[in-house]
Design a protein. Structure first.
Length: 288
């Protein structure tokens, strides 16, 4: 593997598969720092049970699913509650919208096809795909992962929909020391790139930086000396919402692809996949 990251230091903000990503960075000649900006993700049984009970007692007109993992968790819990068949019937009877190919695949394996799906894997793409439909007065169940989606929920409410949110998973904040190290690495320019694999990582980083009064310094570093790397468009959207505008991400939403794309960026100064260099919509990223 070409030494595309020779002389570069990359902070890894994700904890999942961090050792594999570290190995990839090292194979390309770089140095990887493990700087988890996200704590444990765990299944919230109480939230899930309450959400399913609410679903069964008041079926939605639209079911909007954003993660395949979340849908799997819903079915698993419904099995434990003895209502999986009833849940499946209600889901099939509603209008289904889905974001992301993993969500579509999770539906497909259960014989379900969404009426609406995003055109590019992003929240903005999903909103665009809703254009032919009227949501005023409709009951919408919005299944998220473990983090709120204010942009999507707000847009649904603007359309006049009655929105219920269901978050099967909970994100536990990372250790304060890990966030402190990451923020210091960024502000002091001790890294050349920071790789993010989920929206909550950006949120926890931004919240900590604001609490320290250094968010402007963090943004200045990302604007000039440090490149932000995103595993996909949803994560990139979270960056843009926090003001991080120079973003490299792969065309294929995989962690290995993200590291390979970063190597290309370091080698040539631009990405061969997708590169966002301004606060444009993620769905309008330019393919280079």
């Amino acid at each position: 593997m070409a030494l595309r990251m020779a002389g570069k230091t990359v902070a890894l903000a994700g904890s999942r598969k961090s050792e594999e990503m570290k190995t990839l960075v090292e194979k390309m000649g770089g140095v990887a720092l493990l700087r988890p900006a996200q704590g444990t993700v765990f299944l919230d049984d109480a939230e899930l049970r309450a959400g399913i009970e609410s679903w069964l007692s008041s079926p939605p007109d639209w079911t909007l699913l954003t993660t395949g993992m979340g849908l799997d968790a819903l079915y698993q819990m419904a099995e434990e509650m003895g209502v999986a068949g009833q849940l499946h019937e209600l889901l099939a009877a509603s209008q289904i919208a889905a974001r992301g190919y993993k969500t579509v695949n999770a539906l497909r394996k259960r014989g379900l096809t969404p009426v609406v799906r995003d055109d590019d894997g992003s929240t903005e793409g999903l909103i665009r795909s809703f254009a032919p439909y009227h949501l005023e007065g409709k009951k919408v169940l919005l299944q998220l992962h473990g983090d709120p989606a204010p942009r999507l929920a707000g847009w649904l409410e603007e359309q006049g929909a009655h929105v219920r949110q269901l978050l099967p998973y909970k994100h536990v904040p990372p250790e304060t020391k890990d966030l402190e190290d990451l923020v210091n690495d960024i502000v002091q320019r001790r890294v050349h790139a920071v790789a993010f694999t989920s929206g909550p990582q950006i949120r926890f980083l931004a919240e900590y930086a604001r609490s320290r009064g250094v968010m402007d310094d963090v943004l200045a570093a990302f604007q000039s000396d440090i490149i932000a790397v995103s595993v996909g468009k949803v994560t990139a959207q979270a960056m843009l919402e926090e003001g991080i505008e120079r973003i490299v991400m792969p065309a294929e939403e995989r962690m290995g692809s993200m590291m390979v794309e970063l190597g290309r960026y370091f080698e040539s100064g631009f990405a061969n996949g997708f590169r966002l260099t301004s606060s444009q919509d993620c769905g309008k990223a330019e393919e280079e």
